[in-house]
Unconditional design. Sequence first.
Lengths: 111, 115
Amino acid sequence: KQEVTQIPAALSVPEGENLVLNCSFTDSAIYNLQWFRQDPGKGLTSLLLIQSSQREQTSGRLNASLDKSSGRSTLYIAASQPGDSATYLCAFSTSGSRLTFGEGTQLTVNP
Amino acid sequence: EAGVAQSPRYKIIEKRQSVAFWCNPISGHATLYWYQQILGQGPKLLIQFQNNGVVDDSQLPKDRFSAERLKGVDSTLKIQPAKLEDSAVYLCASSYEWRGANVLTFGAGSRLTVL
């Protein structure tokens, strides 16, 4: 059974800081992984998708990496802004279909 | 492009009552999902439809939960009878395929409180 762990559970940083969110998984036979953002009272927004054959994806100030051998993924946020405050969830698919989510990291960026 | 629509946004019921949630996916998305998100946890897949057929309902508590997607468009998730532990946000999502991966778009969710 795929287990997904996200560390830390919560993070508070000052504006402008670069930060890294961590995600680990137990099953190396992943198909792809995705990072999502969830704002309070809202649904999830897909940020980045990394196929199993890829090692990283970038979108603006966000960079996500995948290391299947160590069972880890990281989401790097450069020059954080208060608008980045949200819960960030990683999710893995082992069949290209069902996603298994972690419990998320709640990020607060203080002005 | 209109997003995934869900209703109602909030529902409060007594235990043992029934409740139904509705979802209208993005036009043209063949795959529709219902997820349950308990406070402080990540979403858990309840059921996945491809058009109007069920692809995965292995985590759906079938003794009390049911879902249908008539005509392969909108969908309804029903809980009867509700239990306290069903208090959660019920998220609907639809997806398109991109390079072999399903890219999901989520609705805002329906928050259920069972008293």
